[in-house]
Structure formats: C-alpha cells, structure tokens
Design a protein around this ligand. Structure first.
Ligand code: ADP
Ligand code: MG
Length: 302
C-alpha cells in the first residue's frame, strides 16, 4: 500500500461494504438501521496505549472513561439517545487484572451518569500494550438522526463550548454533549452535525463535503479555550482550528433558528457560539475571502 490517509482507506471500504438494511451507512459519526418504528444508531471507537493515552501520565480510570466518552460523543453527533455499549479489552499480561478493574470502574461511573447499560464485551491478554474498544448502540430521536450531509448555503454554523488545547487534560475529562444534542434536535431545526474529534478545520470540512457546500468562518468569533489562550496568546485561534479531541459539537442551523439560538447563547447550560456560515462555494474560507489551509489531525497509513 502506498501512502494513504485514513480517509482514503475509509473511502475504499465504503466502495465495497455491503449496506444490507441500513438507513445510513459508512461515512457519518454513526450508522443507522430501521427496526420497526425505531431506528438504531451504532458506532465504535478504539483507543491505543501510546497513541491516544499514556498510562505513565494518566490513571486507568480516565482511560476507561474516555473510551466510553468518545462513543457517547458520536451518539451526540447524530442527536441519538445512547442506550447500551460493549467493551473489548486487550490487557497487558503483567498488571492487566488491576488495570482492567480500574478502567472498567471509570467506564461504569460515566455510564451511570448517562444512563447507558454495559451489555458485554470481550477480554483478552497479551504481551502488547493496552487496547480498549467500545461499540455503542442508541436510538434516533423522533425527528430523525442528524447526519453530516444536510447543511445548505446560508445556514449558520455553531460550536458548543470552547476549542483548542485539549491534550492538556480536557481529552480525558470532557463531558460528551449528549443532552445538548437532544435539546438542539428538539427545539431547533439542526440540519447537519459532527463532533469535533480531529479539529474544527478537519471536521467542518466533513460537513462541507458531505453537504456539498462551502463554509466561511469568522476568526474573531472562534471560542478559544483558556488553555489554548495561555499556551498561544494571539495565535490561539490556530489551536481552536487545528487541535483535535475537543469533543464539542459543530452544527448548522437555518438562519431563523440560528438567530434564535445565537440570541440565547446556550443550550442545556452549555455555551454555543455562532462561528460562521455555509456558502454556495467549496472548501473552507475566512470571512476576508482567504482560504483556510489548516487541516487538523489525520491518521497516517503506509
Ligand atoms: P469518527 O471520527 O466520528 O469516529 P471515523 O473517522 O473514525 O469517525 O470514521 C468515519 C467512518 O468510517 C464511520 O462511518 C466509521 O464507522 C467508518 N469506519 C472507520 N473504520 C472502518 C473500518 N475499518 N471498517 C468499516 N468502516 C469503518
Ligand atoms: Mg465522530
């Protein structure tokens, strides 16, 4: 295989994956399957020691917490209500028992907060590092799940919370925006949504490509986290745009709903910021017309 990014690989899979009875297949934050009147939404995410966390620097409890939290965040991105999850663990042979227990405790604590059931999983041990995979299932809201592809030119672009500098600690402790997503779906006409795992530049590009629109951002409007501000000062907008793992929501609303939400400034107690607009064009630009070249984080495949 020659140099090929994660995204090219996923496109390759997409071209040959059997779709069965899916109502939404590969390419969004989660897939959807109609079952009678309900629609199930499901997704999976894997964390690797040495890549997504470092056990020398963080407690196993927080690793377990994060493994579930990233999956809850994908449910939020669809405005789905999470219901249950399964966990697969590859534990290092030495110290694996204790590690597994602490990790599971961290996961259970978060599961109770979000009222999701731990439904099973798989446990193995080996001489390699810790690997944690979580797969989650939820259900679509009555109005239907929110995909990445429904934004239209003129829609207002919002983000929840503050962005940038997540690796200083936020990535282990973030609150998945599940409640916020359900409220948005209920009260506003959310047209497209994604959770910010790879950075705003990269993830908004997914909405833009899936919706076949351009997007314009106002640099001065980007809600920069305090950590990013203290680390980068005037350049903190770069962190807000390019750092991954914020796990905030980015979404598009038609102008009327956008105006209404911007006036409120919050959803479910979490601040929301109007950061830009979808356009007739292509790609991402600043409001002065210059191209946004930042790409965010891309997993490399060789
Ligand atoms: P996210 O960052 O929201 O977790 P990803 O970028 O990991 O999403 O995945 C994008 C899409 O590709 C999703 O629909 C996901 O289910 C799918 N996908 C990722 N890896 C694979 C794989 N190995 N086989 C099939 N589908 C995959
Ligand atoms: Mg996602």
């Amino acid at each position: 295989m020659k140099n090929m990014s994660e995204f090219d690989f996923i496109k390759w899979i997409q071209g040959r994956a059997p779709g069965g009875r899916l109502t939404l297949g590969i390419g969004d934050d989660a897939a959807e399957l109609a079952l009678g009147r309900e629609r199930l939404v499901f997704a999976a995410d894997m964390l690797l020691e040495g890549r997504h966390f470092d056990l020398a620097q963080c407690e196993p409890r927080l690793v377990g917490r994060k493994a579930l939290a990233v999956n809850l965040s994908d449910m939020a991105a669809m405005a789905a209500e999470p219901l249950a999850f399964v966990v697969s663990l590859a534990l290092p042979r030495d110290g694996g028992r204790r590690l597994g227990e602490e990790l599971t405790n961290g996961m259970i604590e978060l599961a109770e907060t979000f009222d999701v059931a731990l439904a099973g999983g798989d446990t193995t041990s080996w001489d390699g590092p810790l690997v944690v995979n979580v797969a989650i299932v939820g259900r679509s809201p009555e109005k239907g799940a929110v995909t990445r592809s429904g934004a239209r030119p003129g829609d207002w672009i919002f983000v929840t919370g503050r962005l940038g500098g997540s690796l200083a600690g936020h990535h282990l402790r973030f609150a998945p925006r599940v409640k916020e997503a359900l409220l948005l779906r209920e009260d506003f006409d959310v047209r497209a949504m994604i959770d910010l795992s790879d950075g705003l530049a990269s993830d908004l590009r997914h909405i833009s490509e899936a919706s076949r629109c351009g997007a314009v951002l106002r640099r001065a409007a980007l809600p920069v986290s305090e950590v990013a501000l203290s680390q980068h000062g005037d350049e903190a907008w770069r962190a807000a745009l390019g750092d991954g793992e914020d796990f905030e929501l980015c979404f598009a609303l038609p102008p009327d709903a956008g105006r209404r939400l911007a006036a409120r400034g919050e959803i479910g107690g979490t601040p929301v910021t109007h950061v830009g607009q979808m356009t007739e064009g292509k790609g991402l630009q600043w409001d002065d017309g210059s191209d946004i070249t930042e790409t965010g984080f891309v997993h490399d495949l060789r």
